[in-house]
Design a protein around this ligand. Structure first.
Ligand code: ZN
Length: 497
C-alpha cells in the first residue's frame, strides 16, 4: 500500500515537473564536436529517456541470445550435467540390483558428462570393485583424490580397497596421507590406529591411541582394551626378541590396564615359569581365573607342571577354583582333575548342578568317562555319549562387530578385520562342544588310561588366517612345547619358599 502511494506521489511529481518545464520559455543548446543541438527542455528529457530504454532493450536481447537459446553454452552445460546426474542415479540403482557391469558403464558415462565430478568417480569405483577390477577401482579413487574436493574421499576409498586386498602397509601409508589431509578426521585416526596395530607398530599405535582418546573417539573402556592389547603385542615382540624380562614386565603392564585379559595372563605365566618363578606364574593365573575363567587359563595352569601326579593336580585345581567354585568352567575343570585322580564321586558331585536344562557337551564327556572307569552299564554310558554329542557347545571368543567365533583371542578379526573386537562370550560356538575332547586331554594327562581317543573334530571357526604379526593367545601351542625338563613341582616349590 505504501509503495502504491509513493508511486502515485512520484508520478504526480514528475507530471508537475513536466508541466512546469513546458511552461518555461527558452531552449537548451548543446555544442559538441562541431554539432549544435537546440531543443526545448522537455524534448531533451524525452530523448534521454528514449536512449536509456534503447540501451536496456539491447542489453536484454544480448542476454537472451547468450543464455536463453537452446544452443547457448549454459543450456548445453546444464543439459550435460543433468544427464550425468541421471546416469549416477541409474548406476546406483544398477549397483543395488547387483548389475555391476551396467553400473560401471553408466558411471564411466557420468564421469564424462559431469566433467570428472567426485560422485561419478565414487560410483564407478564401487562398480569396478564389485566386478573385481581392483586396479580400475584404484584408478578411479586415485582420480577422485586428484580433485580439489575429493582428495580425502579418494584416499579413503583407496585405503578401503588396500585393506580389502590385504595390502596393510599400503593402506597405512594412504591412511597417513588422509590424516595429513584431514588431521581431525575420526575415521582417519581410528583407521591409522587399527593398521598400526595390525603391523605391530606399537609405539605409533600408542601415540595414535592417545590422540583418539583425547578426541573421545574411543571411550575409557575401549581405550584400556586397546592399550592392554598394545602392551601384550609389545610383550610378544620382546619374547620373540629373546628379552624375557622385558616381555614379562610388559605382559604384567597389559594385565594392569586390562586385568581379565587372559592372553596376557597366559603369556606372563609362561615367562615366569620359564624363569623358574612357578609361584608367581600360578598366582597370575589364579587372579585372572577369579576375574573370568577361560579354557586357556586352565590349560596354562595345568602346563605349569605337566609331570605332577594326578592327586597333586587335583589339589592345585581345587585351589584354582576356590574363589568361584560355582562357575561352570570351575566345575568342569575340577571334575576333570577329579576324574584324572580317580575321585569319581567328587567328579560326579561337582557336575551334578550342571545337569539342569541343556547341559554342556563337556559334562556328558566327563560323565561318560566316569561311567567307563566305573564300568557302569551300557545304557548309562550311552546316555552320556548322547549328551557328549548333542549337549550345549562351549563358549568362545566372539567378534563384537561380525560375531565370528574363535577359541583363541586374536587382535584382528579374520572375517571383518575389526581391531580388538573379540570378547569372551558365553554364547556357544557351533560345534565347539567337540573340542572338549582336546581340552579334557590337556588336564587329564595324569591318568593315560582315561585319556579320550584323539578327536577328529576341527575348531568351529577359521583360526590363524590373520596376519602373522597379529598377537594370538598361544596357550595350546605353548602347552605342546612344554618339555619334561621344565617340569617343576609347584607344590614343592611353594613349600620351600
Ligand atoms: Zn569380526
Amino acid at each position: 500500500m505504501i509503495r502504491v502511494l509513493l508511486g502515485l506521489a512520484l508520478l504526480a511529481g514528475l507530471a508537475w515537473l513536466a508541466m512546469f518545464a513546458a511552461d518555461q520559455p527558452g531552449t537548451v543548446t548543446i555544442n559538441w564536436m562541431g554539432y549544435r543541438i537546440q531543443a526545448s527542455l522537455v524534448a531533451l528529457a524525452l530523448a534521454v529517456v528514449a536512449v536509456i530504454v534503447l540501451i536496456w532493450v539491447v542489453a536484454r536481447l544480448w542476454s537472451w541470445l547468450r543464455g536463453g537459446t537452446p544452443m547457448s553454452p549454459q543450456k548445453r552445460a546444464l543439459r550435460k550435467s543433468k544427464k550425468g546426474l541421471s546416469e549416477v542415479d541409474a548406476a546406483l540403482s544398477a549397483l543395488a540390483a547387483g548389475d555391476a557391469r551396467k553400473a560401471l558403464s553408466l558411471g564411466q558415462a557420468a564421469i564424462k558428462h559431469l566433467d570428472g565430478a567426485g560422485v561419478a568417480y565414487v560410483v564407478s569405483a564401487q562398480a569396478a570393485t564389485a566386478l573385481g577390477k581392483t586396479e580400475l577401482a584404484d584408478e578411479y579413487f586415485d582420480a577422485l583424490a586428484q580433485t580439489p574436493q575429493g582428495k580425502f574421499l579418494g584416499l579413503r576409498g583407496r585405503v578401503s580397497e588396500a585393506r580389502r586386498l590385504g595390502h596393510v602397509s599400503k593402506a597405512l601409508a594412504l591412511a597417513e596421507d588422509a590424516l595429513e589431509e584431514a588431521p581431525r578426521s575420526d575415521w582417519a585416526i581410528a583407521t591409522a590406529f587399527e593398521l598400526e596395530t595390525k603391523l605391530g607398530k606399537w609405539a605409533d599405535a600408542e601415540t595414535t591411541l592417545r590422540k583418539a582418546t583425547a578426541k573421545s573417539i574411543f571411550d575409557a573402556d575401549t581405550s584400556a582394551r586397546h592399550l592392554g592389547a598394545i602392551r601384550y603385542g609389545e610383550a610378544l615382540k620382546a619374547r620373540d626378541d629373546d628379552r624375557p624380562a622385558d616381555a614379562a614386565r610388559l605382559a604384567k603392564q597389559a594385565l594392569a590396564v586390562r586385568p581379565d585379559f587372559a592372553p596376557a595372563a597366559v603369556l606372563a605365566a609362561q615367562l615366569y615359569k620359564a624363569a623358574g618363578k612357578l609361584r608367581a606364574a600360578s598366582s597370575i593365573l589364579q587372579k585372572a581365573w577369579k576375574l573370568g575363567p577361560k579354557p586357556s587359563l586352565a590349560e596354562s595352569y595345568a602346563a605349569l607342571n605337566p609331570m605332577e601326579t594326578a592327586e597333586a593336580r587335583l589339589d592345585r585345581f581345587k585351589a584354582l577354583v576356590k574363589p568361584i567354585p560355582d562357575h561352570p568352567e570351575s566345575r568342569l575343570r575340577l571334575a576333570e582333575a577329579a576324574l584324572g585322580a580317580n575321585d569319581f564321586t567328587l567328579a560326579e558331585e561337582t557336575l551334578k548342578p550342571m545337569l539342569d536344562g541343556l547341559p554342556r557337551a563337556r559334562v556328558g564327556l566327563i560323565m561318560g568317562q566316569v561311567a567307563t572307569a566305573r564300568d557302569d552299564g551300557a545304557a548309562v554310558r550311552a546316555k552320556w555319549a548322547e549328551l557328549a554329542q548333542r549337549g550345549a557347545p562351549e563358549p568362545s571368543y566372539t567378534c563384537s562387530v561380525c560375531f565370528t567365533q574363535r577359541l583363541h583371542w586374536t587382535s584382528h578379526c579374520p572375517t571383518c578385520d575389526s581391531c580388538n573386537s573379540f570378547e569372551w562370550d558365553l554364547s556357544p560356538a557351533p560345534g565347539a562342544g567337540l573340542l572338549a575332547r582336546d581340552e579334557l586331554h590337556l588336564v587329564g594327562t595324569a591318568n593315560p588310561a582315561l585319556a579320550p581317543p584323539a578327536a577328529a573334530a576341527q575348531p568351529p571357526t577359521v583360526a590363524g588366517s590373520a596376519v602373522p604379526t597379529a598377537p594370538q593367545d598361544q596357550a595350546s601351542q605353548d602347552d605342546a612345547d612344554a618339555t619334561p625338563s621344565e617340569a617343576i613341582d609347584v607344590s614343592a616349590e611353594a613349600k620351600a619358599s
